[in-house]
Unconditional design. Structure first.
Lengths: 261, 321
């Protein structure tokens, strides 16, 4: 375990008007690890992800990247800090091919300011190869012709290409079958193996127990607990998700019952 | 090294399945027309007539390319022909005021570009529907042209303009060459530059483009600007061809520019475009009109024929994915 976490949130608050969505959330993601973010529907997972990605400004609290507090005012700030968010469906342009998608907005140009197709093709292939991707036949395939798993693969490879430090995957396997889920989880592990801090938002306990090193559980906008995977059982995690507490773990009885502010 | 295939050649079956049928419609129809008209009338395939067809299509090619850029972003520029008219009138007025032809051309192109800039600013920044905005500028630009010219044509008798349409290399007149250069440049911009990728992304997947940091507003503004600039170039060719700057409206140019784009297999929903397609579409429309004229078909039937061809082409595009 490295000493300084890649990303640390301290006391993050976020409200939408009168709706208090996140209350004093602490969360840590370390380089080379998969940190799962779980919680019931409406617990605030997506909101937390969007705060990290600069889409929602936080009301209070700190975002600390590699030991330094940073203000993230927009998606561009987040990108500059090396944060890449892979959304379920927003991430790729269907009518473009894999290379064009991986470089969209950050194209490599020749000295004549035209696209350097050869370099981009090579880099895209290298990124896919570094993840041992076997499911993509040609990097010139249009994304519209790809399966859900292949699309996730491309989106994840994109973060490798751009040497992202923090990669957040919001329910990457939600729409996938068994085999494709396996492949994507495999990629998630390899991505962490490259030293990336991977944050995996998921409802699937099997996936979480399989790939996570650390698990953060949100309960009604509070971080009930962030635990090491090896210290807990699946039953304990499920209890944390549904009740906010499990034995010694989690919120105090008062907090978990009166959590809805 | 790995299993990631290096852009390997797809097999024949896959290539046929992936063949862009809508994009092949215009070349196939053009070939058919050439064969039919060639057989029906011996003058159709003479160099003199081919020269006339190319000459007649030059302006439409430039306008169709302009329209293609806008349509690729899922927009439409209904003002493209009126903008050309305004550009022509400004050219004529500046020339008649005693300025050199160079300044006159510059003023005409600048006026048309300004209209494109206005379209782009209102559509992209104001977020108002392109259809309404460009319908407005269609009317405004032709009105302005009538006011400036006081409703009268202004002869532009300059050797440069005469040469532009009357001389050239072999059967290729300078104006045809200008259209060809516009087409080749447009092709390079669309497929070999960042702007090209971005405008296809904005047209086909607006949300994905925005979330990856493509500047949608800037891209939308540039396509209308390009459209205005090209309408200005078309204005120069128009004045050269007619020998005068006429404030008369050119509605058939607008309809034909959209027709050429549709014939060329460009998706009106944006995100999928070529330059060669609309260029062939423009050649097809010019050949159709030329052939019908040669065969002695009354002029009144020509818009009907064009309409039928366009609807057939639109029908074909229904069969794409
Ligand atoms: N833009 C917004 N305005 C107002 N309320 C919002 C907004 N976005 C989210 N919320 C509210 O915040 C709460 C948390 O939503 P969020 O989407 O973060 O939950 P989640 O944990 O991602 O849930 P799920 O598992 O269903 O995706 C919900 O009650 C939701 O209604
Ligand atoms: Mg969510």
């Amino acid at each position: 375990m490295t000493a300084v976490p890649m990303l640390e949130l301290r006391g993050v608050d976020k409200s939408f008007g009168p709706v208090h969505v996140l209350s004093s959330v602490d969360f840590t993601a370390r380089a080379g690890e998969v940190t799962a973010l779980v919680g019931d529907n409406g617990a605030g997972k997506t909101t937390l992800v969007k705060c990290i990605g600069g889409i929602h400004p936080v009301d209070a609290g700190e975002l600390i990247f590699q030991g330094t507090a940073r203000s993230v005012r927009g998606p561009r700030d987040a990108a500059l800090l090396g944060v890449e968010i892979v959304y379920q469906d927003l991430a790729l342009a269907d009518n473009l091919d894999i290379v064009e998608n991986m470089f969209l907005g950050r194209e490599v140009l020749t000295r004549l300011r035209t696209l350097d197709e050869n370099s981009m093709e090579k880099l895209a292939e290298q990124a896919l190869a570094s993840l041992s991707v076997r499911t993509v036949r040609s990097v010139r395939q249009h994304v519209v012709s790809l399966s859900g798993g292949q699309r996730q693969t491309v989106a994840i490879a994109k973060s490798v290409l751009w040497k992202s430090k923090v990669v957040i995957l919001d329910e990457p396997t939600a729409a996938l079958g068994v085999a494709q889920t396996e492949q994507v989880l495999d990629l998630v592990r390899r991505l962490a193996g490259q030293g990336v801090a991977v944050i995996l938002v998921s409802h699937n306990m099997n996936d979480v127990m399989k790939v996570a090193d650390s698990i953060g559980v949100l309960f009604l906008g509070r971080m009930a607990a962030q635990v090491r995977r090896k210290d807990v059982t699946q039953t304990q995690v499920v209890e944390l998700i549904t009740a906010g507490r499990s034995g010694e773990l989690g919120l105090s009885p008062a907090e978990s019952s009166g959590a809805a502010v | 090294m790995t299993a990631v295939a290096t852009a390997d050649r797809p097999r024949l079956g896959e290539r046929l399945a992936a063949a862009p049928w809508p994009e092949l419609a215009a070349p196939a129809a053009l070939l058919l027309l050439v064969v039919v008209f060639g057989a029906a009338d011996s003058t159709f395939l003479t160099t003199g007539n081919i020269e006339a067809i190319l000459q007649a299509s030059a302006i439409l090619v430039v306008l169709a390319v302009a329209q293609t850029f806008v349509v690729a972003t899922a927009g439409i520029d209904l003002s493209v022909a009126s903008t050309m008219t305004l550009g022509a009138v400004v050219l004529g007025q500046v020339y008649s005021s005693g300025a050199g032809i160079g300044w006159a051309i510059l003023a005409g192109v600048a006026a048309a570009t300004a209209v494109g800039l206005v379209n782009g600013a209102i559509v992209a920044k104001g977020g108002i529907t392109d259809f309404i905005v460009t319908l407005g500028t269609l009317s405004a630009a032709s009105g302005l042209a009538l006011i400036l010219a006081d409703g009268k044509p202004q002869p532009v008798l300059s050797k440069f303009m005469l040469d532009l349409s009357a001389s050239g290399i072999g059967i290729i007149s300078w104006s045809v060459l200008v259209a060809a250069v516009v087409a080749v440049t447009a092709h390079v911009v669309l497929f070999r530059t960042r702007l090209g990728v971005h405008l296809l992304a904005v047209g086909g997947s607006t949300d994905a483009a925005r979330s990856t940091g493509v500047r949608n507003v800037r891209v939308k503004m540039s396509v209308y600007l390009i459209s205005g600039l090209l309408a200005g170039l078309a204005a120069v060719l128009l004045v050269a061809r007619v020998g005068a700057a006429e404030p008369a409206s050119n509605t058939s140019f607008l309809l034909n520019s959209v027709a050429a784009v549709v014939l060329g297999g460009v998706s009106l929903f944006g995100g999928r475009a070529t330059i060669i397609g609309p260029v062939v579409g423009a050649l097809l429309l010019a050949s159709l009109v030329n052939g019908l004229t040669l065969l002695g078909v009354s002029q009144f039937y020509q818009p009907l024929a064009v309409g039928i061809v366009v609807v057939l082409a639109a029908f074909l595009t229904r069969f794409q994915k």
